[in-house]
Design a protein. Structure first.
Ligand code: AP5
Length: 211
């Protein structure tokens, strides 16, 4: 299954809920890339500046990363979060499907109005240690700037400042939104209203997927 939608629509939040429900391996390209940046690996060095500006990391780097994950977990049930994100990525994944390596059964596209996306992203804080996500207004931590789960420090992501958020939304419209048509034609697209509280959104997704 793949989770598709603009920045801040709730891919990470819903990914965590669906991973528990289906026992899937959760492959988030954003999380993997942030981990690479933190580690200072070759991939991280190539991706850091691009990500901070809100632009997309080159397709070949992302495809290599995803392939490594899909071959590495040895599972038959994957939840892709933030991938594919361009028509080139979707086509490359399709080619792998044709060769029998992987098959995408469902694409869940979360729909949230742009003003709400900006509010969600600018208020998000993430734990530098475990990556858990909070929101200053909608999901505040018990103690200011401290992670409830691991007591790590909460920080704003470099790409969650308003200028980068606006750039990310523009890139979503230009490069990722065309995937809605691509997967719609294949008959595997489920468009879901991503507003309301997270558990309401999860319930809508589960209903669309047939429980
Ligand atoms: P990525 O990490 O994938 O970022 P994104 O797509 O911009 O999405 P976000 O993580 O910002 O938001 P989300 O939809 O997961 O929402 P979340 O659940 O966190 O990618 C980051 C960067 O990596 C990209 O810009 C690019 O540079 C690079 N990259 C990644 N994949 C790539 C690819 N395939 N190709 C090329 N480059 C790639 O929620 C957001 C906030 O809202 C949180 O605070 C949360 O608590 C809150 N919230 C969630 N749901 C609700 C709700 N229902 N009500 C109220 N608040 C909510």
């Amino acid at each position: 299954m793949a989770l598709l939608g603009p920045p801040g629509c709730g891919k990470g939040t819903q990914g965590a809920a669906l991973r528990e429900r289906f026992g899937s391996a959760h492959v988030s390209t954003g999380e993997l890339l942030r981990a690479a940046v933190k580690d200072g690996s070759e991939l991280g060095l190539a991706a850091a500046a691009v990500m901070a500006e809100g632009k997309l990391v080159p397709d070949d780097l992302v495809l290599g990363l995803v392939e490594e994950q899909l071959n590495g977990h040895g599972r038959d049930n994957y939840l892709l979060d933030g991938f594919p994100r361009t028509l080139a990525q979707a086509s490359a994944f399709d080619t792998a499907s044709d060769s029998g390596s992987y098959e995408l059964d469902h694409v869940v596209a979360l729909d949230v109005p742009e003003a709400e996306l900006v509010r969600r992203l600018c208020g998000r804080r993430s734990c530098v240690d475990c990556g858990r996500s909070y929101h200053l207004e909608f999901r505040p931590p018990s103690r200011e700037a401290v992670c409830d789960a691991c007591e790590g420090t909460l920080e704003q992501r470099a790409d969650d400042v308003e200028e980068s958020v606006r750039a990310r939304l523009g890139i979503y419209r230009d490069q990722t939104a065309p995937l809605l048509g691509f997967y719609g034609e294949k008959g595997i697209l489920n468009k879901i209203d991503g507003t309301g509280n997270p558990s309401e959104v999860t319930a809508r997704i589960l209903e669309a997927l047939g429980g």
